[in-house]
Write a protein that binds this ligand. Structure first.
Ligand code: MG
Length: 148
């Protein structure tokens, strides 16, 4: 089985926590911070690396939680914003898997390759992950190593 690489979104690819008043807005079921979040890293370089890794046989995926304490209606609004964010900012990446799941759901439950590599800003998520896990600052350097 080929190796998989998964990305969290909030705090890893998208700078949700830098959006002004992101927390009160999320608590008020306002999905706009998910749309407004700016990229955490140079996504043009990331997209190029991901395209090359996919050509080498890696599978590429997203595994991201929806908002904490949300209802089904807000989950759907957030899901739409997150998919739109990926299309807008990483449109050239042909994701093999995208999982946008309930807040707190263990990420290895939902992905196809539980031994894959995960990039996630949340230390607890990294600790409970079954494969290799790295924080958001390590994305480009680790991917670069995989390319050689
Ligand atoms: Mg996160």
């Amino acid at each position: 089985m080929s190796k998989s690489i998964y990305f969290d979104m909030d705090g890893t690819l998208a700078d949700l926590y830098a959006v002004e008043n992101w927390l009160p807005k999320l608590r008020a079921s306002d999905p706009s911070p998910y749309a407004e979040a700016v990229p955490m890293l140079n996504l043009r370089i990331l997209a190029r690396y991901l395209n090359r890794l996919q050509e080498m046989g890696y599978r590429i995926g997203v595994v991201s939680w929806l908002s904490k304490g949300s209802d089904t209606n807000y989950d759907e609004l957030v899901r739409i914003r997150k998919l739109r964010w990926l299309a807008e900012h990483l449109g050239s990446v042909d994701w093999d898997e995208i999982h946008l799941v309930k807040y707190g759901r263990p990420k290895h439950y939902v992905v196809k390759d539980k031994a894959g590599i995960l990039f996630d800003d949340n230390a607890e998520v990294r600790e409970s992950w079954r494969g290799e896990a790295y924080n958001e600052k390590e994305i480009l350097s680790i991917l670069k190593e995989l390319l050689v």
